[in-house]
Design a protein around this ligand. Structure first.
Ligand code: PHE
Length: 533
């Protein structure tokens, strides 16, 4: 692996994670082969009508619960979805002007953005490879647009580089490539790779590096138009003036290079998508398809209080507008975050209770602001992600409504670590978030208005962003060992099936939630068939 002997792979991941925010940690894990790629979608081989007379209680109307209800209703199951909130989607949540953001500590923020402005505080991007969730978008006619996940015009800032003067991503990407190519060409010319390459391949490699670098006739990297111009080419005698390359030493700062590698993460590669007008359009479309005919399948404002086993199945006790109710069913699909199940009286068997008790969740947050689209109007930057080294470290520009007058950007998306950001007061968090934009675009921080802060660890009915570990102490994103907690959740506890992103290898994505639901539907179908045979 080329790692120093005394550092374990896991420790390496943690170090990169600390240096570069969670995006870097994911990237490092993937490079080390610790993070599996997307699961293939299971095919439902259950016949329509297979579920008639079978009652199913679905807990939670997030993506997993909605997909389960959508498929099971079509198969004839009698479904009831209990949802504590007054909206579908769960973490797939879009905030617009007038919405309120309530946190478990009792604080409320009211979003004051102008009409048409929004932010997806939960999931905000859909990779092309996530064919299950994209398949529902296609089937339900959810209008989609490109989500601009990466953009070479975005800026990077590092106080160690050029006195903190931000640089464009295109320059960091292409100058790094130019320097690496030059070094490789030197090695080849000095004969350092004679054992590895035939003389024919040495020539081929040198010709390749001339173009790839690009390198000049003597195999030196002296800059390239790929890195951009200080003066753009124009008419008449205005010739373009190229930027001087950033030196190799500077580019080797790891706080700098992780940002340019982000776009190589499998799940982050173009083309990425988002629904036009907000991620919650997917959840609303699914909910409409599920609830459209009877308006009764999904019960909003229904808080689950107890999950009990009965002789023939399950009984779920819940409250609806203060009144206690109970729901009897043959099966239960439980999508509630595992950490919340700790607070719900239940009859789970001991191994499940242990996982529920000991698992941990991430505490990702986002802060978003409305502003004039100065990044488009004054800097020619249309969508993408900008990165700073200290403080809230990413600025995520809107992909929708390009060329409009105003837009909503995220300044700060990452985990809240105890040592720094989490301890700040709300106003200081907003100040830190504004400073991030100021670092990237000096003089523009003051244009940001009406911030909204969503820390998922403090959002009622979640209290976490996504699964972090299954109780073994090992990260859920280090998948080279079988995690007994995860393996357990893949099996039903009697009539109770666990679903959600945490019951998939596509953790922290809507695709994982949808796949886990399809898998449970498939398993219940097989169980019913076996019962009837
Ligand atoms: N799906 C989330 C996101 O796109 C969390 C995540 C980040 C998952 C990076 C994997 C890699 O931001």
């Amino acid at each position: 692996m080329g790692l120093p002997m005394r550092i374990s792979r896991r420790e390496f991941v943690m170090r990169v994670g600390q240096a570069g925010g969670f995006g870097a940690a994911f990237l490092a894990m993937q490079q080390l082969g610790l993070m599996p790629l997307a699961e293939a979608a299971p095919r439902l081989d259950t016949a329509p009508g297979a579920g008639s007379g079978v009652r199913v209680a679905i807990l939670g109307a997030g993506i997993a619960g909605l997909v389960a209800a959508y498929e099971m209703k079509a198969l004839g199951y009698e479904c009831t979805v209990l949802e504590a909130r007054t909206r579908p989607g769960g973490r797939s949540w879009t905030v617009r002007g007038g919405d309120s953001v309530q946190l478990i500590d009792g604080t409320t923020q009211t979003c004051a953005w102008s009409a048409g402005q929004y932010q997806n505080f939960g999931p905000a991007r859909l990779p092309s490879a996530h064919t299950t969730i994209l398949g529902y978008c296609r089937k339900l006619g959810v209008p989609m647009e490109v989500e601009i996940n990466t953009n070479r015009s975005t800026r990077l800032e590092n106080p160690a580089v050029g006195q903190g003067q931000p640089v464009e991503q295109r320059q960091v990407v292409n100058d790094a490539r130019g320097h690496v190519s030059e070094l490789l060409a030197k090695c080849i010319q000095k004969g350092a790779l004679d054992a590895e390459l035939t003389s024919q391949d040495r020539d081929r490699m040198l010709s390749f590096l001339r173009i790839y670098g690009p390198l000049d006739k003597v195999y030196q990297y002296t800059g390239s138009e790929r890195s951009g111009f200080t003066t753009l080419p124009g008419a008449g005698d205005q010739a373009g003036v190229l930027r001087k390359p950033i030196d190799m030493h500077t580019l080797l700062d790891e706080n700098f290079w992780w940002a340019i590698l982000f776009e190589e993460i499998f799940d982050m590669q173009a083309t990425m998508f988002q629904p036009v007008g907000g991620m919650d359009r997917i959840a609303y479309a699914l909910a409409e398809a599920v609830n459209g005919t009877d308006r009764r399948t999904i019960r909003y404002g229904a808080e689950v209080k107890e999950i009990r086993r009965t002789a023939g199945g399950v009984r779920v006790v819940y409250t609806e507008r203060g009144a206690e109710k109970s729901l009897e069913a043959d099966y239960c699909l439980c999508s509630l975050p595992l950490n919340l199940l700790r607070k719900i009286a239940n009859d789970f068997s001991q191994p499940y209770r242990t996982v529920i008790e000991q698992c941990t969740y991430g505490n990702a947050y986002k802060i978003a602001w409305e502003s004039r689209r100065f990044w488009e109007q004054d800097f020619n930057i249309y969508g993408g992600i900008e990165v700073v080294t200290t403080g809230p470290n990413v600025v995520w520009l809107p992909s929708g409504g390009l060329f409009g007058e105003r837009g909503v950007l995220v300044s700060g998306y990452g985990f809240e670590t105890e040592d720094s950001f989490a301890l700040l007061s709300l106003n200081n968090k907003f100040a830190a978030s504004r400073l991030t934009v100021e670092r990237l675009h000096p003089g523009y921080g003051k244009e940001l208005a009406n911030p909204v802060y969503v820390p998922w660890a403090h959002v009622p009915f979640n209290e976490g962003s996504w699964i972090a570990s299954y109780g073994s102490g090992q990260s859920a994103y280090i998948d080279d060992a079988v995690d007994p907690g995860y393996e357990l959740l893949l099996q039903p506890d009697g009539p109770i099936y666990f679903v959600g992103e945490h019951v998939s290898h596509v953790r922290a994505w809507q695709e994982g939630a949808a796949l886990s639901a399809l898998r449970a539907v498939q398993m219940i179908g097989a169980r019913e068939r076996a019962k009837r045979a």
